[in-house]
Design a protein. Structure first.
Length: 271
């Protein structure tokens, strides 16, 4: 089955529909589709984006923009940081027909009533890190990417975890430890594209697939150890892209179809 991972959507259901049409036209319905988080906020149709993911069986991971929604569902509290200009959660509220007033308790009540149960279940079902395997190659969907320093800090705990769960590799144990002990480190940390981000190289050779930080030219960056696929959709442009795992072909809403996108000369590029 072809497997495609798409970047941050940020409330642009129109672009998601466009990309899904390309995927279906190319591969039919027998295809696995995943996302790297940040379904909501900024764009005008977050509710429709979540529904499209449910209807099309699209699985994925949490992005930092889903955190306030996740907190609302689990605690009943609305985090007013969602209204910060950097987040623009009011766009998500409006897509559900909720007014972003001055009373956080009223916002929470209205949003919890407006969200369908299926949407709540979908958001709650998104893991921090997801492991995919295709043709013997392991891929790890990690919203902002796992940095080398963070990984090395938690590696001793991961090795201890590995000894307790002998069926898991150290890389799998590290992913579990990071997700449970320091999820913010892989949800909020930005990446610099000038010299390439200092992302961790997993011992099992797995490739990180990340979003969060829009790429400079609005196209995915692909290296031997990571793929950055946030092309700025809903943030600074109208490009939503998906990468076909295995072939590294790119499908994009700007009509770009590339096989083996170059990464701008980063030192670990080897595809």
């Amino acid at each position: 089955m072809p497997t495609i991972v798409i970047g941050d959507i940020h409330g642009r259901a129109d672009l998601l529909k466009d990309l899904l049409a390309q995927i279906r036209n190319r591969f039919g319905n027998d295809v696995g589709i995943f996302h790297v988080g940040d379904l909501v906020d900024r764009g005008p149709t977050s509710k429709e984006v979540v529904q499209l993911c449910i209807d099309n069986g699209i699985l994925g991971i949490l992005g930092n923009h889903e955190i306030w929604v996740h907190k609302l569902i689990t605690t009943g509290e609305f985090d007013t940081f969602a209204l910060h200009k950097m987040v623009q959660g009011q766009a998500t509220l409006q897509s559900y027909g909720v007014t972003a007033g001055s009373d956080p308790d009223q916002i929470a009540e209205d949003m919890l009533e407006a969200m369908p149960d299926s949407h709540k279940e979908y958001i709650l079902g998104l893991p921090v890190i997801r492991r995919l395997t295709l043709g013997g190659q392991v891929y790890r969907l990690i919203h902002s990417g796992l940095k080398r320093d963070t990984a090395l800090t938690y590696l001793p705990a991961a090795e201890k975890h590995h000894k307790l769960h002998g069926t898991q590799s150290v890389s799998d144990s590290l992913a579990d430890v990071i997700a449970s002990e320091t999820p913010a480190s892989v949800l909020w940390t930005s990446n610099s594209w000038k010299n390439g981000p200092d992302l961790y190289h997993f011992p099992d050779g797995s490739i990180q697939i990340l979003g969060h930080s829009p790429t400079p030219r609005g196209e995915p960056l692909i290296t031997a150890h990571w793929m950055a696929i946030d092309c700025g959709c809903g943030t600074r442009g109208s490009v939503l892209a998906g990468v076909v795992l295995g072939t590294h072909e790119v499908l994009s809403t700007n009509g770009l179809v590339i096989k083996g996108v170059k990464s701008g000369g980063f030192t670990d590029f080897s595809l």
